[in-house]
Design a protein. Structure first.
Length: 512
């Protein structure tokens, strides 16, 4: 009964305390491992991009992802609220700091790494008579992992009182931890020493490890958010602007393709290069989503009139929405940091521009042309992210000037289309856009000025890049006719034309 009372008291703590503890345990473990394990080096190595990535991205990602998966499994198996489970597991995570302490006490420190061979790892992990030190698994690891599984089982039994479920929980947690430790070796075909070598878009082994765990992490965090509150999670998912996320994501890939063509470098499409390309796509795509969440908080009054996909209008839990937005922003910065240092700075600037665009008192979205110019520069940054995979610190300078100017002028005018359906709401919120000033949807002549402005965006591509004259004219004419003849133009149609033109532009620029 005393243990149950302790558990109940822990479950009453504020969740923010638990989040703090999670990061305290993780970074204490990383610090002690560097100091106490075989190399006895604070920070694991001398200061470098790789060392920073290892300390602040790679290792924290491994522990945080493992923690989330364990918490999710416990909640599902014993059918208890995941918030209450989190409050317990956030304290239990503290056991990880004992690994380097035990190793230092028993053998003066071990060389901890991911298991280099899977057969011995899985077959003999529970066999104390077989040492696993030679494949990178220390005594401290084995003791602590079994301790975690044992304590989780006790917790599960106290909550369910069922022996079979308790045994199942023990092995489910054990296999999850073993899987997280061995996934890199699995993907390397049991030969990590031959696969995790320098080279490729993700040049170092640390980048490759980080990329693997980052994908598992984003899956785990979305499952976690779903289990926290299913209704609010559905509201969030239904609010996603998939077409715009895809637009920014494909811009990143387009930039990478153009950069390769410009530099005469072709990376082969192996697993890790494909993983890097996925991160190039996700960084600006999810980055837009994070900024959209920020924008939603300052557009509630206007969105209540026009009723776009703002979940705050649908009464989503505000704290929940803030946490998701903050998490997505951190994920984007993590993804970009894994790619390279310059990609991190580009995405950081992407977010800073978004703050200027959405947040009072600056709130540049209130000013015609300036608002869409900011979006045009965000487009350039998305392409620059792709260029950073080839040119690194020279990424933005290597974007061809004709393309740079075409994007700035073309997108500044063309993106005006996104505000057409929000004219009533923008008027109420004091936002001055070109549709507010010029658009009258009840007559053809009222739609004419804006039709000319939006369609002229494509003409600027032809002005700066004559090779795309034909495609520019076709896209311009279609856009003009659609705007002129449609009383309720749809945003998806403008993006559809934009996607086709973007593929045409990319193909043309890559022609010899």
């Amino acid at each position: 009964m005393r243990i149950k009372n302790i558990i109940s008291s822990i479950e009453n703590y504020h969740l923010i305390n638990c989040v703090i503890f999670i990061f305290v345990w993780i970074f204490l473990r990383i610090f002690f491992e560097g100091v106490l394990e075989v190399f006895h080096t604070i920070g694991f190595s001398k200061l470098s991009y790789r060392a920073i990535l290892m300390y602040f991205v790679h290792f924290p990602l491994f522990y945080l992802t493992s923690y989330l998966l364990i918490t999710i499994l416990i909640s599902i198996i014993i059918r208890k609220d995941i918030i209450k489970v989190t409050k317990i597991t956030s304290l239990g995570l503290g056991l990880i700091i004992f690994v380097p302490v035990i190793d230092a006490f028993i053998c003066g420190g071990c060389f901890i790494t991911y298991p280099s061979r899977l057969e011995k790892y899985f077959l003999h992990f529970l066999n104390p008579s077989v040492s696993l030190i030679d494949i990178g698994v220390s005594i401290g690891q084995r003791i602590v992992i079994l301790g975690i599984c044992f304590l989780v089982s006790i917790y599960g039994y106290l909550k369910t009182g069922k022996i079979l479920k308790t045994i199942f929980l023990f092995f489910a947690i054990l296999l999850t931890i073993l899987f997280m430790g061995s996934i890199t070796t699995m993907l390397a075909g049991n030969q990590p020493e031959r696969v995790f070598i320098s080279g490729g878009i993700l040049n170092t082994d640390t980048q490759k490890f980080s990329a693997i765990y980052s994908i598992i992490f984003i899956i785990a965090i979305f499952i976690y958010f779903y289990l926290v509150d299913k209704k609010n999670f559905r509201l969030f998912i239904s609010s996603l602007r998939i077409e715009r996320m895809a637009f920014y994501g494909f811009l990143g890939i387009a930039g990478f393709v153009l950069a390769q063509h410009r530099a005469g470098i072709i990376h082969r499409l192996d697993f890790f290069n494909l993983l890097a390309i996925l991160l190039i796509f996700l960084s600006p795509g999810i980055g837009f989503c994070a900024l959209q969440i920020l924008n939603d908080f300052f557009d509630v009054q206007a969105d209540a009139v026009s009723k776009p996909r703002n979940p705050l209008v649908s009464s989503i839990w505000k704290k929940y929405y803030i946490v998701i937005g903050s998490s997505l922003a951190l994920i984007v910065l993590m993804f970009s940091a894994i790619l390279n240092y310059q990609a991190f700075l580009i995405m950081l600037s992407f977010f800073l521009l978004g703050i200027l665009y959405s947040v009072p008192p600056v709130r540049l979205k209130r000013l015609p042309l300036i608002s869409t110019f900011v979006l045009a520069f965000a487009v350039v940054l998305s392409i620059g992210l792709g260029f950073s995979g080839v040119y690194y610190e020279k990424a933005l300078n290597q974007i061809p000037l004709p393309l740079f100017y075409a994007l700035l002028f073309g997108v500044t005018l063309g993106f005006t289309a996104k505000d057409i359906n929000d004219t009533d709401a923008d008027k109420k919120d004091g936002i001055i856009t070109l549709p507010v000033l010029l658009y009258k949807n009840d007559t053809v002549m009222g739609r004419l000025p804006l039709g000319l402005i939006i369609s002229s965006g494509y003409i600027f591509f032809a002005i700066f890049i004559p090779e795309v004259l034909l495609g520019s004219l076709i896209a311009s004419v279609i856009t003009f006719i659609y705007t002129l003849l449609t009383t309720r133009p749809r945003e998806w149609f403008y993006f559809l034309i934009l996607y086709f033109f973007a593929f045409y532009l990319l193909a043309t620029l890559r022609l010899p």
